[in-house]
Structures are given as C-alpha cells and as structure tokens.
Design a protein around this ligand. Structure first.
Ligand SMILES: Cc1cc2nc3c(=O)[nH]c(=O)nc-3n(C[C@H](O)[C@H](O)[C@H](O)COP(=O)(O)OP(=O)(O)OC[C@H]3O[C@@H](n4cnc5c(N)ncnc54)[C@H](O)[C@@H]3O)c2cc1C
Length: 144
C-alpha cells in the first residue's frame, strides 16, 4: 500500500501531486463557515474547498478550481501571483511492480489534498478492496 501523500511525488515519481506554491504564507486562514480555507504546510499550501450535496463526480472540475482560487485570493490577496501546482484528485488504484522476476501488487491511496479526513472513509475501503482482489487474482503474466 502506498499512502505517502505528497511523498508520492518522490516515492512513485507522480509529478501531479502538488499543492499551491506560496512559501510566504505561514498562517492558516479559514472563512466563517469553513468552505474557503488556506492551509500552509512546511513546503506548500493547500487551498479549498467545495461542499456540494449529492455531487458524486470523481474528476477535477476546472470551474470549481477557478472558484476556489478566486475565493482564496479574496481572503488572501498575496495568493494572486502564486502558482497553482496541481489539483487534488485522489489516486486509488493498483499497479503491478516487477521485482526480481515476480509481479507484486502495489495499491496507491494518496492525493486527497485538503479533504483527506473526509474522503478517507471511502478511499480506504476502495483501497482495501483492491488489496483483497490482489490476494485472489493471479498477477498479469509478462508478455516477453
Ligand atoms: C490545517 C489542516 C486542516 C485540515 N483540515 C481538514 C479537514 O477539516 N477535513 C479534511 O478532510 N481534511 C483536512 N485536512 C487535510 C488532511 O489532513 C489530509 O488530506 C490528510 O491528512 C492526508 O492524509 P494522508 O494519510 O493521505 O497523507 P499524510 O497525512 O500526508 O501522510 C503521508 C505519510 O507518508 C509519509 N511518507 C511520505 N513519503 C514517504 C516515504 N518515501 N516513505 C515512507 N513514508 C513516507 C509521511 O511522512 C506521512 O506520514 C487538513 C489539513 C491541514 C494541514
């Protein structure tokens, strides 16, 4: 299982894992109802968010992303010139690693951005399902 969060950028070379680059921000900022927030981490900043009842889509919505940035810039205008380095879209999937002649299953579960606590209830179940399947399925055969 790979649940290394932002570490996946380095661990599995996933260049898409990246929040906002605004190293000058040091304080957390949240609006009244918590729908808009800016959470600086050690290296990057997470901004959010959305709350849309009955929205089951799993893809990133460009309009939502624009709206989040706009709302966050209103809260913190210094974010305007900052670079959005990527959008959170959890990666919950399995791949097979070829190690010493064996196919080893690797289940990824990362990329939750600023909603990991909320989303983890579902993504953890999906990740465990993928792991269970790996115990019963034969790994794909190499075609060499
Ligand atoms: C201030 C703040 C408030 C938040 N509030 C909310 C909220 O209200 N609701 C919500 O849903 N979410 C919230 N979040 C987001 C939530 O905390 C994250 O989405 C969640 O913690 C991500 O969990 P994770 O386990 O996927 O990743 P992480 O918590 O980042 O864990 C990844 C772990 O992998 C380890 N790791 C990395 N690379 C390697 C490696 N190469 N080898 C071994 N280990 C490695 C790291 O050290 C780390 O321990 C908030 C975040 C912040 C900062």
């Amino acid at each position: 299982m790979n649940c290394s969060g932002l570490g996946s950028r380095f661990l599995v070379k996933d260049e898409e894992v990246y929040p906002v680059n605004a190293p000058w921000l040091k304080n957390f900022i949240r609006d009244g109802d918590g729908k808009t927030y800016i959470y600086p981490g050690i290296r990057y900043v997470n901004i959010g968010g959305t709350r849309q009842p009955d929205d089951w889509r799993l893809e990133v919505d460009k309009e939502d992303s624009k709206g989040i940035l706009e709302r966050c810039c209103q809260l913190e205008p210094s974010l305007r010139p900052s670079q959005v380095m990527g959008e959170a879209n959890p990666r919950v999937e399995r791949e097979y690693l070829h190690v010493q002649g064996r196919q080893l299953p690797l289940v990824h579960n990362y990329g939750h951005g600023s909603c990991g606590i909320t989303l983890s209830w579902g993504t953890a179940l999906d990740a465990v399902d993928l792991l269970r399947q790996s115990l019963f399925e034969k790994p794909p055969q190499a075609r060499l």
